[in-house]
Each structure stands twice: as structure tokens, then as C-alpha cells.
Design a protein around this ligand. Structure first.
Ligand SMILES: [Zn+2]
Length: 304
């Protein structure tokens, strides 16, 4: 009997908590009882009745999922789920969002970035009139294991998915090999197709284009994006690369904006938007072109 009374008492107590300020008791005077306001720390003890102190735990809330992870999830169908701490691929492989890279040097962060570092610099699609800000290289940091998991762990597995695409150069036999995973080959074919008839003046830009090449980035031990079949270099004659101009410290570009926007429209970022510029280089990185992850548009200042 005593136990039953206790259960009834607890049930009434819980009911009074659930109705709260929006419940049927709204407006009535609560003697000796206080309710935490929405802005208060809900873990604080709340006094509901004389002599009774109850701890109200926060109601179940979804943990905050970083925006960058949401962009990655939308960009890669291989991602099964995301949560506050990382992502899980359909294969079961797990990638942690934040592995404490924030205070490392730029070099260390490039060598071994986490997903947070990879998404930490926003990309600005479209025309940009000013050279990139110092050390602003959106997309240059890549979690290599993530791209290996998506496109192939080693060259032999990447090669299995390569497809050849013919650039609009007017000569037969010139082909660029890229991955067919995530339809990168079809995207590139659409870009090339859109650049033909009215824009033949761009043909020379694609002479000598190169796609897949299992190799490291010049001067580093990091795998190049070309290793995964997700990147294409246009004609080096029209390209500028920061390493070639070492010491000059002057941004250069000879690639027309029409080419850049055609690639961006299919999910490719451009190395011409990096402080460490590589204007030949286009790379399939749709996570950086997601509307939620691109740089906020700064309106033109009419005073300038
Ligand atoms: Zn390249």
C-alpha cells in the first residue's frame, strides 16, 4: 500500500512538471513551486513542493551537427549518416569531424587535416575580382583516407572506375581519364559539351589536358587529387602555379571566368581561387559548393 501511494505521488509530480507553464494550471498560483525558464540551465534543481527537490534533466535534443558535415553528406551518396562528432560511410568506415587540429601550423594541418579543417575555408563560386586572401586555399586540405574510401584505396582500385572523356580540342585521340564514381565522367562530358559550338575560342585551353595520375603533390608527401580521378588540369601553357612564381608573390591568372563557372556548375572547384594558386587545376569537390558552405556573398559597396 505504501509503495502504491509513492507511485501515485511520483506520477502526480511528473504530471505537474509536464503541464508546466503551458499546461492546464497556467496562470494559477503555484505555492512554493518554481519552473525553470527556457533560458535557464535546466539541470538546476527545481523546487516543486515543500521539502522535495527534483532535478529536471534537459529534454532529449538532437546534438548540433556541424554545417560542414551536412554539406559533405549532401555531396557524397557514400555517406550513410552524420552526427555531432563525425560521419559514417555506407561501408561502415568512420571519420571524426574534429581531431584537434585548430592550433596546428598551416603545414601540419595540410599534411594531416581532419574534416573540420577540410571544411574550414569557404569557397566563393563565380567571378572574383580580387586575388585570394593570404593562405586562403579552400579545398586544398583533404582528408586523404576519406577520398581513398570513396574513390579507391590504391591506384589499382581507382583505375577500375576510370572513364575517358574527350575534351573539345578538335583533335581525335586526346582523352582525359576521370573517375565514374559520383558521375564525375558525365559531369566533365557536360562541361566539355557546353563549351563547344559557341565557345570554340577556348579550345586551346584544353589541349594537353590531364586527369588521372597517381602521384603526390609537388614538394610534399600528400597524394594529389589527380590520384583519385577527381581532378583535371587544363593546358599548362595557359596555367599559372604559385610554385613556378616563388618569390614573385604576385597572383596570376589567364583562365577565363566562363571556364571557371562551367566547372563550378558541375561541382568542381578551381585552384585559381587559392592563395597558393594553381589555375590549371579543377577538382570535383561538391561539398565546398553546397549553398550552405560557400562564402557568404558580400554585397558591393556603393561607396567604392
Ligand atoms: Zn591539378
Amino acid at each position: 500500500m505504501h509503495v502504491r501511494m509513492s507511485i501515485i505521488f511520483v506520477a502526480l509530480l511528473v504530471l505537474s512538471m509536464c503541464t508546466g507553464p503551458q499546461g492546464k494550471n497556467r496562470g494559477q498560483k503555484r505555492s512554493a513551486a518554481t519552473v525553470a525558464s527556457p533560458g535557464k540551465n535546466l539541470s538546476e534543481p527545481v523546487r516543486h513542493a515543500p521539502g522535495k527537490v527534483i532535478t529536471v534533466r534537459p529534454s532529449h535534443q538532437d546534438p548540433v551537427v556541424p554545417i560542414g558535415l551536412r554539406c559533405i553528406k549532401r555531396a557524397y551518396p557514400q555517406v550513410r549518416s552524420i552526427d555531432a562528432h563525425g560521419l559514417t560511410l555506407i561501408s561502415g568506415e568512420r571519420f571524426i569531424w574534429d581531431r584537434g587540429r585548430d592550433h596546428m601550423s598551416l603545414k601540419r594541418r595540410l599534411e594531416d587535416p581532419d574534416l573540420k579543417t577540410m571544411m574550414s575555408q569557404c569557397y566563393s563560386p563565380g567571378r572574383h575580382g580580387t586575388p585570394p586572401l593570404v593562405n586562403h586555399d579552400p579545398g586544398r586540405a583533404r582528408v586523404e583516407s576519406f577520398f581513398r574510401a570513396i574513390y579507391g584505396k590504391r591506384s589499382s582500385s581507382v583505375i577500375k572506375h576510370l572513364k575517358s572523356v574527350t575534351p573539345p580540342v578538335g583533335k581525335a585521340g586526346i582523352r582525359v581519364r576521370v573517375s565514374s564514381i559520383n558521375a564525375i565522367d558525365e559531369r566533365l562530358a557536360r562541361i566539355f559539351g557546353g563549351l563547344t559550338a559557341p565557345k570554340m575560342k577556348f579550345r586551346a585551353l584544353f589541349t594537353g589536358s590531364a586527369g588521372y595520375h597517381w602521384r603526390t603533390v609537388a614538394g610534399t608527401a600528400r597524394l594529389s587529387a589527380h590520384s583519385f580521378g577527381i581532378a583535371i588540369d587544363i593546358n599548362p601553357k595557359y596555367g599559372d602555379y604559385w610554385r613556378w612564381d616563388r618569390g614573385a608573390d604576385v597572383y596570376k591568372n589567364r583562365v577565363p571566368v566562363e571556364i571557371v563557372t562551367a566547372f563550378e556548375g558541375e561541382g568542381f572547384i578551381w585552384g585559381g581561387k587559392w592563395y597558393h594558386y594553381d589555375t590549371m587545376h579543377f577538382e570535383y569537390r561538391p561539398e565546398l559548393l553546397d549553398p550552405e558552405c560557400i562564402c557568404p556573398v558580400v554585397p558591393d559597396n556603393p561607396a567604392l
